[in-house]
Design a protein around this ligand. Structure first.
Ligand code: CMP
Length: 143
């Protein structure tokens, strides 16, 4: 057992589809437990921080506009091998390549509006979680 924490962001298009509950259920059914949760509208600085590695990409402006267009839900998830398993449940970045049963296959509209984000690595998870959550907003080892 490798207990890890990871960050997921339920993106504005998934919020508009009213599938917050379904997405959280998919994580809980797979033993990825919510230990931190908040809804907010991200600002330019927060999106730039989270997606800093993409800031020079052609799609960055569209991504910025999309991610600040409506509220998102931030989730800190805890579980065995949480970072990799979260990404498997989410599915491929591009919904065209996402396999059936994954969140993106079901709820992504296109590669930018792809319903959900999941931390890509241990380093990214740590960076994203502690930028978006205060330590006392995370309730670790609740089960
Ligand atoms: P996410 O997993 O949140 O991480 C980076 C995001 O940038 C990604 O999901 C997409 O929303 C977006 N993205 C990545 N690659 C592309 C691309 N080639 N074209 C448009 N948007 C992209």
């Amino acid at each position: 057992m490798v207990l890890e924490h990871t960050l997921s962001i339920i993106k504005p298009n998934a919020i508009n589809k009213h599938v917050i509950g379904d997405i959280i259920k998919r994580f809980e059914d797979n033993k990825l437990f919510v230990v931190g949760l908040k809804m907010l509208k991200l600002n330019f600085h927060q999106v730039l921080f989270i997606y800093n590695e993409h800031k020079n990409k052609l799609f960055f402006n569209d991504l910025l506009k999309f991610m600040t267009s409506n509220p998102v839900v931030l989730l800190v998830l805890e579980g065995d091998n949480a970072i990799n398993r979260n990404r498997l449940i989410i599915g491929h970045t591009n919904p065209i390549h996402a396999i059936p049963g994954t969140i993106r296959k079901d709820y992504a509209d296109n590669i930018t509006e792809n319903a959900i984000h999941g931390s890509a690595s241990k380093e990214a998870a740590k960076k994203e979680i502690y930028y978006l959550f205060k330590k006392d907003e995370i309730y670790k080892k609740i089960y």
